[in-house]
Design a protein around this ligand. Structure first.
Ligand code: AMP
Ligand code: ZN
Length: 473
């Protein structure tokens, strides 16, 4: 598997630190509002990366934080007259709802910055001890970028610019030693949440959060660190400086960055009026369509969001889901007039080989730096093959193989092809009547089976004196 590494600016073969395991950290959102569709891009992209690693047999430890203390959260809390934790708690819950609707699986761990302050104090203390950080008179602690010769290696900053920055002596009253030094800890302002520290009552800078959470949940060295491309500088550059200076080990082996999502070819911005939350989009589309749309481009290509492209995504996804539904129907219909039982015919064997070749093509695309656009093209070819070769005269096993393959390839992309149909009330009543009949005939095995089928669809039965009552779970 090859991954484009921002650090080396090359595609590199993926070699995990521990064979069979992937330790992956993805910077999560700052939770002061509903997430927007730009935030959804890294969520969907890196969830797909995780799924593909798992398909390839890796065990993935996936950590993604929520930044739950920040100027914007505090501002909103003051506006609403509530604690900052009320704001962050509310938007973490909303974010998790959006993630679920986009079929983004919960991370192995979703740490919260406010719960990790101890680790931050420790790391800042270590950095001061090792001469990589300094406190100034008001208690602010800065990282000393001049103490870390590799500063700039991720963002490939021009060394001359950096040196000029390092030489710059500030006379502005802030006691920063150089231009690029960044905050590790800062004093509280009136009305802000704060924690005790050896330097002042205050709160952490943003960058230290991720270094500490990655260390705690994944270790000093991790395989992959990811996020949107805006994070390369300064956030990820600063994370490298902090982690490597404190731990004295290389931090992440591979740095992955998704390109930005624009709207109608313009940068998304609230003030320009072209800003959509994921929730806005969910009012017009199933969020599976948004997911499909995001994956229809390579993650390192800029992606343009427009009504026309969303309609195209909707139609594309529908073609796949319809094909899967038809295969399901065909393979379930093995009675008279339905698919034949028995082994694959020789023609079907040839067709099945073609299907397998398409799966290989799909894997080759994903192995090449997660090229989901080409992987989706292979899925469409599989759909075409299924539409032209599978029908009522096919064997059930051929149809079933196609269905399984299609479902599997879609599942890696997080695309759901088989939505559980909700039972209508009349269907439930009918099944309950059948169960009652079975009980009357003392066929308890059948009665239990029906109860089980209903339970699997979220229908709970209660036997009362007035008869059977039911409710949806
Ligand atoms: P933030 O809450 O701003 O820190 O963003 C959370 C994640 O969303 C980060 O990985 C950002 O890089 C990413 N992100 C923000 N805006 C966009 C966008 N328009 N397109 C793609 N990714 C974005
Ligand atoms: Zn981060």
């Amino acid at each position: 598997m090859k991954i484009y590494n921002t650090l080396t600016r090359r595609k590199e073969e993926f070699v995990p630190l521990t064979p069979g395991k992937v330790k992956m950290y993805v910077c999560g959102p700052t939770v002061y509002n509903l997430i927007h569709i730009g935030n959804a891009r890294p969520m969907i992209v890196f969830d797909t990366v995780r799924r593909y690693f798992e398909y390839r047999g890796f065990e993935v430890n996936y950590v993604s934080n929520f930044t739950d203390v920040d100027d914007k959260i505090i501002k909103k809390a003051i506006e609403e007259g509530v604690e900052a934790s009320v704001i962050s708690g509310r938007y973490i819950a909303e974010c998790k709802k959006d993630m679920e609707a986009m079929n983004v699986r919960p991370a192995t761990t979703h740490p919260l910055a406010t719960q990790e302050i101890c680790g931050m104090l420790d790391m800042i203390g270590t950095l001061i001890e090792k001469g990589h950080a300094y406190a100034v008179s008001d208690g602010t602690v800065y990282f000393s970028t001049g103490s870390f010769p590799e500063y700039g290696k991720l963002s490939h900053k021009n060394q001359e610019d950096l040196q000029a920055g390092h030489r710059l002596i500030r006379v502005t009253g802030d006691e920063k030693r150089n231009e690029y030094d960044f905050v590790l800890w800062k004093p509280k302002k009136e009305g802000e949440p704060y924690w005790e520290s050896p330097w002042c009552q205050g709160r952490p800078g943003w960058h230290i959060e991720c270094s500490v959470m990655a260390k705690k949940y994944l270790g000093d060295e991790i395989d992959i660190h990811a996020g949107g491309e805006d994070l390369v500088f300064p956030h990820h550059e600063n994370e490298i400086a902090q982690s490597e200076a404190a731990n004295e080990k290389p931090f992440a082996r591979y740095w992955m960055h998704n390109a930005f999502l624009n709207i109608d070819n313009k940068k998304m911005s609230k003030s320009a009026g072209n800003f959509f939350t994921v929730r806005d989009i969910s009012e017009r589309y199933d969020l599976q369509v948004l997911r499909f749309f995001m994956l229809s481009a390579h993650y390192r290509s800029p992606l343009n969001f427009s009504d026309g492209l969303m309609e195209a995504a909707k139609n594309g996804l529908e073609r796949i889901v319809t094909c899967a539904g038809r295969l399901r129907e065909l393979s379930g219909n093995t009675g008279a007039g339905g698919c034949a039982p028995g082994e694959l015919t020789s023609k079907e064997k040839e067709d099945w080989e073609q299907a397998q070749a398409l799966a290989v093509k799909y894997e080759a695309a994903m192995d090449d730096d997660f090229n989901t656009a080409d992987a989706i093209a292979a899925v469409f070819e599989l759909v075409k093959l299924a539409n032209t070769t599978a029908g009522p005269s096919s064997t059930a096993s051929y149809v079933e193989r196609l269905r399984e393959k299609l479902t599997q390839l879609c599942d890696i992309l997080g695309l759901i092809t088989e939505k559980e149909e909700e039972l209508l009330d009349s269907d439930v009543e009918e099944m309950i009547a059948k169960r009652q009949q079975a009980r009357k005939e003392r066929n308890f095995a059948l009665a239990d089976q029906i109860r089980g089928e209903l339970a699997a669809k979220g229908i709970l039965l209660e036997d009362t004196r007035e008869g059977v009552k039911w409710k949806r779970a």
